[in-house]
Design a protein around this ligand. Sequence first.
Ligand code: FES
Length: 97
Amino acid sequence: MILGPVDEIPPGEGRAYTVQGRTLAVFRLRSGALKAFPAACPHSGGPLADAQIDENVLICPLHLNTWDLTTGCSRSGQPDLEVIGVREVAGQIVFSP
Ligand code: FES
C-alpha cells in the first residue's frame, strides 16, 4: 500500500500517515532510509511524527524520552516502539507490514 511520495518528508524529519486504521510516524533519515513506528508515544501519547532525530536516536517532543531508530528499543526506560515495515519503491513510501 502506497502512503505517498518519499519527497514529502524532508530528510531528517517525520510525517504522520494513517493506513488500515493506524496512524504511523514515518521518518526519512538523512541516509535516505525510511523508518516507521506507531504515531503515539508509548509514554503519554505524544506525537512521535514531530520527534527530533539526533543521529540514530528518536526524541519525543513532549517529555524528551528517547528510542533507538534502528531497533525501536527505549533508551530512557519507556516501552519499546514497534518497528513498522515501510520501504521506498520508485520514490514512493510503501507500507509493507
Ligand atoms: S509523551 Fe513522549 S515522552 Fe512523554
